[in-house]
Design a protein around this ligand. Structure first.
Ligand code: HEC
Length: 266
């Protein structure tokens, strides 16, 4: 009886070890998340060589500061004399990430390559979008990147980029950022009194109409009604002279309409 039980346990153990190793060998053709200095101290090294290679250059470039809630494209460049394919994992402390380039994907809120990207002229670059949080902070974008020489051979290294997130009131036009879709974000702060910010994105150039209504559908304010280039915009709504309550704001472009709710507390 005891021997039988032991056999069952041993079989389960062997099965687990088998599953684990075969997963290590075959299940990560798409890159691995949770390997940046934010979430791990072993980087890509547990499978691709143990230590970071200080000679391998991994650099994130992009704006050093961004207004709250605003987005920008950042670039990660890996430089190596010997690499043939590059891969990456990018995570962020407080903001959010999204993809803007084929060959990358968002997994567990982190940017990872889908397959290694070939080096050209000794370097390889990946781009991604970073959106600043709605708080004043100094955020950190963490990354690891690998310069492969085929399979698990290669070198890897860390890098960080700090981004100062600041408050800017009034209107911001950010045509540097090229959004992939139209978007109307939740206002912030919310609930608010008496000023709140609304961020929206234009996928294409065209007329943008942003209006505020009360809960009977009465127009309260036209915040924007003009031609906008492709880009991301922020506008403030000052509700100093209206009563507290629930209000709606609506973005209308030639092929997109969205309405969101906000709460004025007085
Ligand atoms: C759990 C083990 C493991 C970890 C951790 C890991 N990798 Fe890999 N990686 C592999 C394996 C196994 C292969 C080979 C897959 C194959 O050849 O099909 C591979 C292949 C790659 C390739 C493709 C190489 C080529 O020449 O085609 C890239 C790029 C890559 N990994 C990047 C990374 C990066 C960047 C990290 C850290 C963020 C990382 N890997 C972490 C196991 C791992």
């Amino acid at each position: 009886m005891k021997a039988k039980l032991l056999f069952v346990f041993a079989s389960i153990f062997i099965l687990i070890v088998f599953l684990f190793t075969s997963q290590n060998l075959y299940n990560y053709p798409n890159g691995i998340t949770g390997r940046t200095q934010k979430t791990s101290t072993s980087g890509c090294g547990s499978c691709h060589g143990s230590g970071a290679t200080t000679g391998l250059s991994v650099v994130i470039t992009g704006p050093d500061s961004l207004a709250k809630g605003m987005s920008s494209s950042y670039t990660l460049t890996i430089t190596s004399a010997t690499g043939s394919k590059g891969g990456l994992d990018v995570a962020v402390r407080s903001g959010t990430l999204s993809t803007n380039q084929t060959g990358t994907q968002l997994l567990n809120s982190e940017i990872v390559h889908t397959t290694g990207k070939s080096f050209s002229g000794g370097s390889v670059s990946f781009t991604f979008n970073y959106t600043a949080p709605n708080i004043n902070t100094t955020d950190t974008i963490f990354s690891t990147a690998l310069s492969s020489t085929g399979g698990t051979g290669g070198q890897w290294n860390w890098s960080n980029k700090r981004v100062k997130v600041y408050t800017m009131t009034g209107v911001i036009n950010n045509n540097e950022y090229q959004p992939n879709g139209y978007e109307l974000k939740q206002n912030f702060p919310n609930p608010f009194n008496p000023v709140t910010s609304i961020v929206y994105s234009m996928k294409e150039a065209g007329n943008a109409e942003l209006k505020v209504y009360d809960n009977t559908g009465k127009l309260i304010s036209t915040l924007v009604n003009s031609f906008k280039e492709r880009g991301q915009y922020k506008v403030d709504f000052n509700a100093g002279d209206i009563a507290g309550g629930i209000y709606y704001y609506s973005l209308k472009t030639k092929d997109f309409t969205e309405t969101k709710q906000m709460v004025l507390v007085k």
